[in-house]
Design a protein. Structure first.
Lengths: 215, 103
């Protein structure tokens, strides 16, 4: 694990990269990374996240700057700019049921070949997917998701990279931290090693590649 | 009493102590206001909270304590937070007793 500046962190991300980003309507999204991606104008990004937030918040900043070419998200209903770019075919949007999306990311991070879920059986969600019957009940095979980078927000990080989250900012963060090839973390507080009790560590340090230094 | 209040009060009568309840956005969120104080109902917010409390007083909002729409909420004593895999495991896995949806 290395501690680097926000500029160095984002300079590692090439145009065309796939990014998994923590957060739920902007809550628990690493805002400093969003601002720096806009500043460095990283383009043609694939974003995998719960949502695209609202204009001016979290992932909504990337949308406004037209940096996303593909979004795999559970809803875009609260960001009219995402809707406009989708209709104008500037951004492709794959909508995935929220509970299926998080399990696909979990499968990617946990080394699974996918998950079987009843969500979407008998709806448009099942189109093009394998249906598998288990004990008389039908499930859809949903494929795992991984990304080049996982961008994580946490409440506490120690200098080894152990992470502890707070309140509703946890959401997708510990799951995406397992599924990105390179994991970059922004912490509200960076604390000495040993301060986070072992039982309170949610994301183990070896998963974290880079911790963004606080200013 | 307006129609929304009537609906919310009627639904609140269906709830019992110990139930885990997921409230949708809109009229469903009003239901929490009409649960008698002697009932211990657990309200889930699917962004990762059980024990969702009322909207905070002005100036008391916490930036990382929100409902699924990103609006500030409070957490009652005994509340707990968790990630999205657990949150949807609770829902998909059949652990939620009541869901209230708006049309």
């Amino acid at each position: 694990m290395k501690t680097i500046s926000v500029g160095e962190a984002v300079s590692m991300i090439p145009d065309g990269a796939s990014l998994m980003i923590g957060g739920f309507m902007g809550v628990g999204t690493p805002e400093r990374l969003m601002d720096e991606i806009v500043h460095q104008k990283k383009r043609n990004l694939t974003v995998i996240a719960n949502d695209t937030a609202k204009p001016g918040t979290g992932i909504g900043k990337l949308v406004s700057a037209k940096l996303i070419s593909k979004a795999i998200v559970s809803h875009i209903g609260l960001n009219p700019e995402t809707q406009q770019q989708m209709i104008a075919e500037e951004m492709s949007v794959e909508l995935v049921p929220q509970g299926t999306l998080i399990e696909r990311i979990r499968a990617g991070g946990y080394g699974l070949g996918g998950i079987l879920t009843p969500t979407g059986v008998g709806t448009v969600v099942e189109e093009g997917k394998r249906k598998i019957e288990v004990d008389g009940k039908e499930y859809l095979l949903e494929r795992p998701l991984r990304a080049d980078f996982a961008l994580v927000h946490t409440f506490l990080a120690d200098y080894l990279g152990n992470l502890a989250y707070a309140l509703t900012a946890r959401n997708f963060n510990p799951i995406v931290a397992m599924a990105g090839s390179t994991v970059i973390v922004v912490a509200e507080h960076i604390v000495p090693v040993g301060l986070i009790a072992p039982d309170h560590v949610v994301t183990p340090a070896p998963l974290v590649d880079y911790l963004v230094a606080n200013e | 009493m307006d129609a929304q209040t009537t609906i919310a009060k009627r639904i609140a009568r269906e709830l019992r102590s110990g139930m885990l309840v997921n409230l949708g956005i809109g009229i469903p969120t009003l239901v929490a206001n009409y649960v008698p104080s002697d009932l211990r109902v657990f309200f889930q917010s699917e962004n990762g909270l059980i024990g969702t409390g009322p909207i905070p007083e002005e100036g008391m909002a916490h930036p990382t304590l929100t409902d699924a729409g990103g609006r500030p909420v409070t957490a009652l004593p005994g509340a707990c937070t968790f990630d999205s895999a657990i949150s949807f495991g609770l829902i998909r896995g059949g652990h939620v007793d009541v869901t209230v949806l708006a049309g």
